[in-house]
Every structure is written in structure tokens, then in C-alpha cells.
Design a protein around this ligand. Structure first.
Ligand code: CTP
Ligand code: MG
Length: 223
């Protein structure tokens, strides 16, 4: 395998409601992070997995993942971008492709991991999985008054894993900047072209209680 996957998993999960850090919340009896890492490890290209864990949970996460796959666990940071940077710094020499994948996208199929990695291997600098936007999107101003309707056909909802030539991601993180919600955003700021591949409904980000309930149903149905 020529791929290292960074797994930011240090978030609190505030929108999921009170409880343990989100990556450690249970889905069908197992932590979200276990589901996510098992699917990453099932992708043939994946050589190295680096997890950025909640700092207080580093030892617990090592223990949890030891039976699942060989992983490197580092303490995450206060923002997602800092967690990704910490994981990137722990990647050993070797992998030439780096993927960044949210632990919260626990049901992401190994096939999507392979598809993103293959697009980078095929010569793209940066690759993101996307889905079309299904709702009508409006821009709203003060007092929740509509300012206008956005052309939905030009919009995409963006998932992870996002894939990069290793040097491209390293250069973007070295420059850094305001914390963004994805890594492709950092790379875009460097003027690097970012290409899209088709995403997967199973790569949904478990953010709110509804998403966790949906994931339970998808798993029960064999997802
Ligand atoms: N993440 C991280 N370090 C942080 C914040 C987020 O590693 N300081 C990770 C989360 O663990 C998650 C991914 O980034 O796997 C996407 O973030 P999000 O879905 O927003 O998770 P949380 O930040 O945990 O959730 P919330 O924003 O509701 O608190
Ligand atoms: Mg968050």
C-alpha cells in the first residue's frame, strides 16, 4: 500500500448531545472510531493509519484499536485542522498518498477509499468525494429574509476521505491559515486544483442524533 490515512477523531461531538467524545460513542455496540478504522483497514491500498484522539483518551483509543488494525495514535488538537496537522506529523516515511478521513463518517465503504486513492495515484494533486445537493439552497440575510436562490446545479456536498499527494498536503498545512472544516480548502488556498469523484451516501457524517439513528438502521440492514 502507498496510502497513509489520517483520522481526526478528537472532537467532542457537541451536536450529538451530552456524552463521551463522538468517536467513542457507540453504534451497534461499537465506537464510531472502530467502525471507521475497520473499513479503512479493509482498503487494500492503505498502509498506515494515524488517529488523532481526544488527548485524555489516547491510551484508551490505542487499546480499543489494537484488535482492529495496526494504528498510530496521537493526541489531537483544539480544532479539526490542528488534529489533522498532529496526525500528519506522525506519518512515517514511505506513503506517497495521504488521505484525511473523519472518524464521524463511520460507515464509509472501503471502495470509496480506493476510488479517492486511485484518482490521486492517477495524477491528481487533490481529490474529494462529492454528492449533488438535493435541496433548494437560498441565501438569507438579516431577519431570515431571503436574498436570493443559489444555482444548485453548481453545488456539491463534500465528504471524506479527501486524498492528496503527500507533498501537496504537507505544504498546505505548513502554511496553514484560518481553521477550515476540510483539508481541500487549505490546498485550494495554495492554488492547487482539487478534483471531484462520486461520493457515497454511506459516507454520511454522523453529526446529530438523527444521523446516528440512521446509521443504526443502515448497519442493521447490512450496510
Ligand atoms: N475533530 C478533531 N479534532 C477537533 C475537532 C474535530 O479531530 N478538535 C474531528 C472529529 O472527531 C470528527 C471530524 O473532525 O471525526 C469532523 O468533525 P465534526 O463532525 O464537527 O465532529 P465534532 O467536532 O466532534 O462534533 P461537534 O462539532 O458537533 O462538536
Ligand atoms: Mg466540530
Amino acid at each position: 500500500g502507498d496510502v497513509a490515512v489520517l483520522v481526526p477523531a478528537a472532537g467532542a461531538g457537541v451536536r450529538l448531545g451530552p456524552g463521551r467524545p463522538k468517536a467513542l460513542r457507540l453504534l451497534a455496540g461499537e465506537p464510531l472510531l472502530v467502525h471507521a478504522v475497520r473499513r479503512l483497514a479493509a482498503a487494500a491500498s492503505v498502509h498506515t493509519i494515524v488517529v488523532a484522539a481526544p488527548p485524555a483518551e489516547v491510551a484508551a483509543v490505542r487499546g480499543l484499536l489494537a484488535p482492529v488494525a495496526p494504528v498510530i495514535v496521537v493526541p489531537g488538537g483544539g480544532e479539526r485542522q490542528a488534529s489533522v496537522a498532529a496526525a500528519l506529523a506522525a506519518v512515517p516515511d514511505g506513503p506517497t498518498i495521504v488521505l484525511v478521513h473523519d472518524a464521524a463518517r463511520a460507515l464509509t465503504p472501503p471502495e470509496l477509499v480506493e476510488s479517492v486513492a486511485a484518482a490521486v495515484r492517477g495524477g491528481r494533486d487533490a481529490v474529494i468525494p462529492v454528492l449533488p445537493v438535493v435541496d433548494t439552497i437560498k441565501e438569507v440575510g438579516a431577519g431570515e429574509v431571503v436574498l436570493g436562490t443559489v444555482d444548485r446545479s453548481a453545488l456539491r456536498a463534500v465528504q471524506t476521505p479527501q486524498g492528496f499527494r503527500r507533498a501537496v498536503l504537507a505544504a498546505a498545512h505548513a502554511v496553514g491559515g484560518d481553521a477550515l472544516t476540510d483539508d481541500a480548502g487549505l490546498v485550494e488556498k495554495q492554488g492547487v486544483a482539487v478534483s471531484c469523484v462520486p461520493g457515497s451516501e454511506y459516507a454520511l457524517k454522523i453529526t446529530r442524533p438523527f444521523d446516528l439513528a440512521l446509521a443504526e438502521h443502515l448497519l442493521a440492514a447490512g450496510g
